[in-house]
Design a protein around this ligand. Structure first.
Ligand SMILES: [Zn+2]
Length: 87
């Protein structure tokens, strides 16, 4: 079995994700790119997931533009709601 290949990409938190090209899982996340290698060495692809990918049951959803992950949610202000006036 060949060793997996990893792709590094910036994540929404400003750090880096290491994406396994074989199983399409994020193998590691770290604030700095050079910190990813230790976790990459520990990564083992899930054979069930590899089978599912080979069958086309899992799509390459992780390989998406960065904008996909950085959708900002509008925060609702927390506080007392105005009481509706009765007329
Ligand atoms: Zn993998």
């Amino acid at each position: 079995m060949s060793s997996p290949v990893f792709t590094h990409q910036k994540n929404a938190n400003g750090g880096f994700d290491s994406l396994c090209a074989s199983c399409l899982e994020i193998a590691a996340s770290a604030p700095r790119e050079e910190q990813l290698s230790t976790s990459e060495l520990m990564h083992a692809c899930d054979p069930i997931r590899l089978y599912q990918i080979s069958q086309g049951w899992i799509r390459t959803c992780h390989i998406a533009p960065l904008e996909f992950f950085s959708i900002k949610q509008k925060a609702e202000p927390i506080g007392p709601r105005p009481i509706a006036s009765r007329s």
